[in-house]
Design a protein around this ligand. Structure first.
Ligand code: GLN
Length: 281
């Protein structure tokens, strides 16, 4: 990018940035350029197509240039725009929380099949699971996270979206007493720490490690979660938990004392969510 503010039009700014991002090896260069320009102009995407001849105001040009640079440094687009859609709703995200992934919507689909119940989300991050289910079911839900900054973001999301969620700062669910929930959802850290060097730089260098890694095999959190969920669920209550590649068998063994432990594949056919029911005594 040039160092002095040129008199660029919207269309020129888009073309130049697309070329720049392509040269820098960034995925989806045109879309990235469009989304960053929308943010800089505070306009919808349609505006870019309706007004390619509009001049780019200087302030927008300054923001746009900085964000394009940040993106080429590996900063995820969602941390720059501070937003990611999940299950049709916009969620605010920042470097203190994991960016919601589309495959996590599977967990929502499965929860919705079970129907409304007293619900707890363990390790809520930006709040997507507790907030989405609160809104879909029009009920109050409960959510924990160990991270204060994550809870602040989750709380802001609940407020903006009008969801009734009780957030509690807690290591897993240490703050809760026994057997009160009918359902638990969780997307805990599950990436094997040994995989760290192979992750995309957007994930490895920018997303919170405490939301990603869980010991050498990625299952440290699940080993702690199994007894915690058993304690917190009413008999017959259900658990839905997201996990990663190669963890199905270990999880089925870990949850062999539960009934109906089932593995659900995501849209890419990768085993992704464990469902299980707390046995009646
Ligand atoms: N799905 C995420 C990834 O592969 C990990 C999310 C998690 O650990 N809960 O980067």
């Amino acid at each position: 990018m040039a160092s002095k503010p040129p008199s660029l039009t919207v269309g020129q700014a888009l073309r130049q940035a697309t070329t720049f991002l392509t040269e820098q090896g960034i995925d989806s260069p045109r879309l990235t350029a469009e989304l960053l320009l929308c943010r800089a102009l505070r306009k919808e995407r349609l505006y870019l197509y309706a007004h390619p001849e509009a001049p780019l105001p200087e302030l927008a040009w300054i923001h746009y240039g900085r964000w394009l640079h940040e993106r080429t440094q590996g900063k995820p687009l969602q941390y720059i725009t501070q937003e990611q859609e999940f299950y049709g709703r916009p969620f605010r995200v920042a470097p203190g929380v994991l960016i919601p992934r589309p495959e996590t919507e599977l967990l929502i689909e499965l929860a919705l099949q079970n129907g409304p119940t007293q619900l707890l989300d363990i390790g809520t991050g930006s709040g997507i699971l507790a907030i989405t289910l609160s809104l879909e079911w029009n009920i109050e839900t409960y959510a924990t996270d160990l991270s204060g900054p994550a809870l602040a973001i989750a709380q802001a999301n609940a407020k903006t979206l009008g969801a009734r969620v009780h957030f509690v700062q807690s290591d897993l669910a240490a703050a809760f007493a026994d057997a009160r929930f009918g359902g638990i959802v969780t997307n805990p850290p599950y990436v094997p720490s040994v995989d760290q060097p192979t992750l995309q730089r957007e994930v490895r260098d920018w997303e919170p490690p405490e939301a990603l890694f869980s010991g050498p095999d990625g299952l440290d959190h699940y080993r702690r979660l199994e007894p915690v969920c058993r304690r917190l669920l009413r008999p017959g209550g259900w658990l839905l938990g997201e996990f990663g590649q190669g963890q199905s068998e270990a999880l089925q063994t870990l949850f062999s004392g539960w009934s109906a432990a089932t593995i659900h594949p995501d849209l890419a056919q990768i085993p992704r969510v464990l469902s299980a029911r707390h046995r009646y005594l």
